[in-house]
Design a protein around this ligand. Structure first.
Ligand code: DGJ
Length: 565
């Protein structure tokens, strides 16, 4: 079957301003998904983020680029520190930026720059010396104890203007050097913003702003979007009386949640200004990334207060419409939960930081397959040769040939399936499973069958044969699926009226080349037999046969089903 011949009939609506050049990357609502369009075509971001300062040295990056190619990345996320490009006020040096662009282009990679401007992980460590050393001119946030921390205040126009000048100069430079080549496909603005150490800024300017009424833009947004507000935010607002005017504590109650909302609003307004100014120069999509509230965090301030965590995403949407995506950095184990929190009608899923071990491979499949994700990007990709089966901080696994790390194999598969995946995202005909020993089974309703994805089991003993498995399931016809997975077995049950057992009519391995399916082996006999106990299988309306995907994958199979009673 020639996948490239699939006719894509979806409604399009562009969500980024590309007036200067329609082939500069932009986001577009296409049927059931919002997709990133690069060079006029939908694009799946198979990425990795380098360590914070890897990109501060072109020499360091030289041997990194070929590793990224071997790991089957198509995009790299690299930091650019404000102090690297404006070490002296008003004098910009883009040598590093040009060198990074050159390295990416020579290796046929796209780039997402991370603008480490006013804040990087809450702190302002990447601001130039002339900013950091002049607290009079560039005011900082103050904590309850009266101490200043190395965190620029959101409430200072001088801070905002200085960052805006630098970011705008950067984006103007990109416009000059990239608007024909389109190497840069998105920008991340700042990095994991938020105040650590207190629930809100206690500087004089912040105290004055906190005593003022909540801006009418925000109260209007709450009223207009009441039905779709994040449930906890809605409860907070309604518990305080669903007021449409009043101070922050009047509207959101007298707790640290009001402080967090105040911080979120002020970060959002500041960053919206930056995003708008940058887009006026070079209008690629912009996202923010967020630290996630850790299980041990009790209050905002334990985690960066104001960061776009689920409770306050609506505040960010109201305050920063120029930021296209609020993205989660998922360094916590329950990836599927966090992905579900960030994929919202007005917020497509993109994961700029997460793990790169076999769990990371599972995350990539899950985010892209279950939530029509734009892409995935594990953190520390310059060390990709150390990414084995399991992430270990204390014991760094022995380096592996890069092409053999689980993530590289997963990306190879996602790359060959990209046309089919992107088409299925628009049609809503793709789902995914992420399995481990706590959750070893997942029933997916897609197409005319419920697809049962289980962690691979030993056929005779029934014991689990793997501890982590994942799969993408795509319905391509009334009785046809493509399934790609690792360490899983897959069976089917009809979900439309008629005979109740699904038998395998035909299954085959294969691969996609330029979007076209090239069949490999026919799968039958031992390849599909899951259970010799036919009586029990029949009693459960099962055929006892299914698809199997071992540890060597992910691999892909095409299956045609038939039904019997
Ligand atoms: C999250 C930050 O956003 C990254 O820049 C990096 O410092 C990682 N944490 C480290 O795990």
């Amino acid at each position: 079957m020639a996948i490239c011949s699939l006719v894509i009939t979806v409604a399009h609506s562009q969500t980024s301003d590309t007036s200067s050049d329609p082939s500069i990357a932009y986001l577009e609502k296409r049927g059931a998904a919002t997709q990133l369009i690069v060079d006029g075509k939908p694009y799946l971001v198979l990425a990795g983020e380098t360590d914070n300062t890897a990109s501060s040295s072109l020499e360091y990056m030289n041997p990194v680029w070929p590793k990224l190619v071997k790991a089957n990345l198509n995009t790299v996320l690299v930091g650019i520190g404000w102090d690297w490009i404006e070490p002296v006020e008003g004098k910009y040096d883009f040598t590093l930026v040009d060198g990074i662009l050159d390295g990416a282009r020579k290796n046929h990679l796209h780039l997402i720059f991370l603008w480490f401007g006013s804040w990087k992980n809450g702190l302002s460590s990447f601001a130039p010396d002339w900013v950091k050393a002049d607290q009079q001119r560039f005011p900082r946030s103050l904590l309850k104890n009266g101490k200043s921390v190395e965190v620029l205040s959101t409430l200072s126009d001088a801070n905002l203007q200085a960052d805006t000048r630098a970011y705008t100069a950067f984006m103007e430079h990109l416009q000059k050097v990239d608007s024909k080549k389109h190497t840069v496909v998105m920008m991340q603005l700042e990095n994991e913003v938020g105040l650590i150490g207190d629930s809100r800024d206690r500087s004089a300017a912040a105290n004055a702003a906190f005593a003022q009424p909540v801006p009418v833009e925000l109260t209007d947004y709450l009223q207009k979007n009441k039905e779709t507000l994040w449930p906890d935010l809605r409860t907070l607002w309604e518990t305080a009386g669903a007021k449409t005017a009043g101070t922050w504590t009047d509207v959101f109650g007298n707790s640290t949640a009001a402080d967090e909302i105040f911080q979120a609003w002020n970060y959002a307004r500041y960053m919206n200004h930056l995003a708008e100014a940058g887009k006026a120069e070079y209008p690629v999509p912009v996202f923010s990334n967020t630290w996630l509230v850790q299980p041990t965090d009790k209050e905002p301030g334990d985690y960066p207060s104001g960061c776009p965590e689920p409770l306050v995403i609506d505040i960010w949407k109201a305050g920063a419409p120029a930021i296209d995506i609020n993205a989660p950095d998922v360094h916590l184990p329950n990836f599927s939960f966090w992905a579900s929190q960030f994929q919202r009608a007005n917020n497509p899923l993109f994961v700029p930081e997460s793990s790169g071990d076999a769990g990371g491979a599972a995350n990539a499949f899950y985010g892209i397959g279950q939530y029509a994700g734009i892409g995935y990007s594990p953190f520390g990709v310059n060390r990709v040769e150390n990414w084995g089966e399991v992430r270990s901080v204390s014991n760094m696994p022995a380096p592996t040939a890069v092409e053999n790390v689980p993530l590289a194999k997963a990306y190879a598969m996602l790359a060959q399936m990209t046309p089919l995946i992107l088409d299925a995202q628009t049609k809503g005909t793709i789902r995914a499973a992420w399995l481990n020993t706590q959750q070893s089974t997942n029933d997916i309703s897609v197409g005319n069958y419920v697809v049962h994805v289980d962690l691979l089991r030993n056929r005779r003993s029934g014991a689990l044969a793997a501890s982590l498995g994942f799969a993408i399931v795509i319905s391509t016809g009334p009785d046809e699926y493509f399934v790609s997975g690792r360490n899983v077995q897959v069976t089917f049950s009809p979900n439309t009226p008629g005979p109740e057992i699904a038998g395998i009519a035909d299954a085959e391995t294969g691969r996609f080349v330029k979007g076209e399916w090239i069949p490999g082996r026919k799968m039958n006999g031992d390849d599909i037999l899951l259970d010799y106990n036919q009586a029990e299988a029949a009693a459960n309306n099962q055929s006892g046969s299914g698809l199997m995907f071992g540890a060597d994958g992910p691999t892909v199979q095409r299956v045609k089903l038939y039904r019997y009673q």
